[in-house]
Design a protein around this ligand. Structure first.
Ligand code: GAR
Length: 203
């Protein structure tokens, strides 16, 4: 147990991915300690999930800070108090600042509901459907300053059928997310990932 890393989850909303992560930690499918959940929204259901699982949680309102850097500093302060080794974004809808990212080189993961580099941003599922692509999917990647642009760790395709609506497609995508994110997190936690430029290899 001693060699386990500590991690924090940042979430803004429903927390479906957070729940999958909580479950995977419990089942030891992620070999790391989930120490802290941080939200930028006090009403995020993710915070309720954290409380129910007895995980420390905090909501930090960006409007209480003069700029992104001051907000990030506050988050980092909490991370320091909890000895956080790596960070997992799970439906976190804010960009992280340069300083923040520098503190955790190749130690911040994000999940995105499309096959990057297609459909970056916060409306990926609707945009893929509206564009008419026949295949979309899920990407897990390292976080860099530019949105949804870091080295890709894992991707899984999700076919779009003519019957799909935004809702049915979201359901399919979320099911895949909840399966692959815990796996990618466990790889990071067990130091299995080797990054060479933009390419990520599994040791
Ligand atoms: C997930 O589908 C995640 O991929 C997406 O938000 C959803 C959050 O759901 N993230 C993005 O769009 C980031 N650009 P959750 O709160 O139930 O985990």
């Amino acid at each position: 147990m001693g060699a386990f890393m500590n991690f924090a989850v940042l979430a803004s909303g429903h927390g479906g991915n957070l729940q999958a992560i909580i479950n995977a930690v419990k089942k030891k499918k992620i070999k790391a300690h989930l120490k802290l959940v941080v939200s930028d929204r006090a009403d995020a259901y993710a915070l309720v999930r954290a409380r129910k699982a007895n995980i420390s949680s905090v909501s930090i309102n960006p409007q209480d800070f003069p700029d992104r850097e001051a907000f990030d500093r506050k988050v980092l302060e909490h991370f320091k108090n909890f000895d956080i080794d790596f960070v997992v974004l799970a439906g976190y809808m804010r960009l992280l600042g340069r300083r923040f990212i520098k503190q955790y080189p190749h130690k911040i993961l994000n999940i995105h509901p499309a096959l990057l580099p297609a459909f970056k941003g916060v409306r990926a599922i609707r945009e893929a459907l509206a564009y008419g692509v026949k295949v979309t999917g899920v990407s897990v990647h390292f976080v860099v300053e530019e949105m949804d642009s870091g080295a890709i760790i894992m991707q899984q395709a999700v076919p779009i059928s003519s019957r799909d609506t935004a809702k049915s497609l979201a359901t399919k995508i979320h099911r895949v997310e909840h399966k692959i994110y815990p796996q990618a997190i466990d790889w990071l936690a067990r130091r299995k990932l080797r990054v060479v430029g933009r390419r990520v290899f599994l040791r």
